[in-house]
Design a protein around this ligand. Structure first.
Ligand code: 4AD
Ligand code: MG
Length: 461
């Protein structure tokens, strides 16, 4: 008999005489000559209640139907007399597919801490919370592609192995096949001649540079893939491997860039509300009671815009005691970003026009010669969600910036070529997919929105 997902069974309008469902037993409750199984197959948050009677509710089978065991059940889907559920499955046949020893199965029927569940990341998707989380993650990824497709963007698969450093921040993971690789950046004659690529290679920190090349041919493109950063910051907002969404638009300026970022965040939230209502409800109930209000805030009103210089003045006049003092010309810390967004504005805010010294070489220099056409989108709880800019399209200005940043021109000849042949204004941004998921669910630690998180000294699974 064909197998039906629990979600499809529970959403049915009419009973069904013969169905087959499979899943993992969450709980079992025994009564006189009867037994009730709660079975979950991951297709939705809700469990299917299975009623066992007669020989199916007898030993020795019954004792083996423990929490975590896997079953296939055939029977009739009938209206449930119990409150809170519409349907239940009256079993005629039950097959025990795989047992789970109750002495050692780590997921017992109680609330486990996130920390504990991180240690069993192979089993945590079987819990209500993580099942819901990873269904939401999947749905959000779909919504990203839908958003761009509806706006005529071409999806670009940018490379993961790379020889350039987009952000110039030096937080690169090296890739080598040599047993004894030369030191990073090694000078003199090519010390990497014997290495696989014949030159220094690493995992990409961003697909932006390649996205720019393609935007200057296809007009509007986006990448959505894994990026890697070896920053040794053990914070709840940084992972060594995370996914970034990076659109890039030819003929666009910073205004258009911000409008796109705002539209994307709003659309993703609306999509999740429309398609993951039940799973989101779990987070509002158990993780963050303010979640519904925050999601309202994200979709309802226009986001604020504040130039960096003004942001610094606001922070300095705030009377707030920050751990890191606010310094004109310095980078904003998460505590500053959160103050601006949560306390000062009370909703998402774009901070624009940062001093060029604290931003990457590719950002377009403003007419004042001191600032760049950059924007960071700050959101409640998370801080920086998006970083983007208009790109420097003027060859001489870009070359000067690269020199100041100490970047070898010959390594980026292709990037410079785009400014030589039909250069155009263009702009783009990067949105951290995990940071968005934290925002959308209220989950406070980035490790808990990644299936198998990679952080310093953590590479299990
Ligand atoms: O601000 P970032 O470094 O910008 C770039 O990489 C640009 N090349 C993007 C572009 O213009 N195409 O990173 C973009 C976003 C951040 O705002 C943040 O949300 C996320 O990526 N991010 C991280 N997320 C998790 N862990 C980390 N270590 C992250 N570093 C950045
Ligand atoms: Mg940034």
């Amino acid at each position: 008999m064909e197998r039906t997902a629990v979600r499809d069974l529970l959403n049915r309008e009419a009973p069904l005489d013969a169905v087959r469902a499979c899943g993992w037993v969450r709980t079992r409750r025994d009564a006189k000559g009867l037994s009730f199984l709660e079975v979950n197959d991951g297709s939705c948050l809700r469990n299917l209640q299975v009623i066992l009677e007669g020989p199916l509710a007898a030993e020795p089978l019954l004792r083996r139907l423990t929490t975590g065991s896997a079953v296939a059940v055939e029977g009739a889907l009938v209206a449930s007399p119990a409150a809170g559920q519409r349907w239940e499955l009256r079993a005629r046949r039950l097959e025990l597919l795989g047992e789970a020893d109750p002495e050692t199965y780590p997921l017992q029927k109680k609330r486990h801490s996130d920390e504990f569940l991180r240690g069993i990341a192979h089993l945590r998707p079987r819990t209500n919370k993580y099942g819901a989380l990873f269904r939401i993650r999947s749905e959000a990824a779909f919504a990203v592609h839908r958003f761009f497709r509806e706006r005529g963007f071409v999806h670009l698969h940018s490379p993961i192995l790379t020889g350039s450093d987009c952000e110039g921040a030096g937080e690169l993971f090296r890739v080598t096949t040599l047993r004894e690789p030369p030191p990073a950046g090694g000078g003199g004659e090519n010390p990497f001649a014997a290495d696989f690529f014949g030159r220094e290679a690493h995992l990409t920190v961003s697909g932006q540079l390649e996205a720019e090349l393609f935007a200057c041919a296809l007009g509007r493109v986006y990448t959505f893939g894994p990026t890697f950063r070896a920053e040794n910051s053990n914070t709840p907002r940084h992972a060594a491997e995370f996914w970034m969404i990076e659109p890039e638009m030819a003929f666009a300026d910073l205004e258009e860039d911000m409008a796109l970022a705002e539209a994307l965040v709003k659309e993703l939230v609306r999509h999740l509300r429309a398609h993951c209502a039940e799973d989101l409800e779990l987070f509002a109930r158990w993780v963050d009671p303010e979640l519904p209000a925050r999601l309202d805030l994200l979709v309802e009103r226009p986001y604020e815009r504040i130039p960096y210089a003004e942001a610094v003045r606001i922070l300095q006049a705030s009377g707030e005691r920050f751990e890191y003092p606010v310094r004109e010309g310095g980078d904003l810390q998460t505590e500053h970003e959160r103050y601006l967004c949560e306390r000062h504005v009370g909703r998402p805010v774009f901070v624009t026009d940062y001093p060029k010294e604290i931003k990457a070489f590719y950002m377009r220099v403003n007419d004042d010669g001191r600032t760049v056409a950059a924007m960071d989108l700050l959101v409640p709880r998370v801080g920086e969600l998006v970083g983007g800019s208009q790109r420097e399209e003027r060859l001489e200005v870009l070359e000067r910036r690269m020199e100041e940043a100490g970047l070898p021109r010959d390594r980026y000849w292709w990037y410079l070529d785009i400014r030589r042949f039909g250069t155009v204004p263009h702009a783009g941004f990067g949105l951290g997919f995990e940071r968005f998921l934290m925002l959308a669910t209220g989950v406070a630690n980035i490790r808990d929105v990644i299936p198998f998180p990679r952080t310093p000294h953590n590479l299990e699974f």
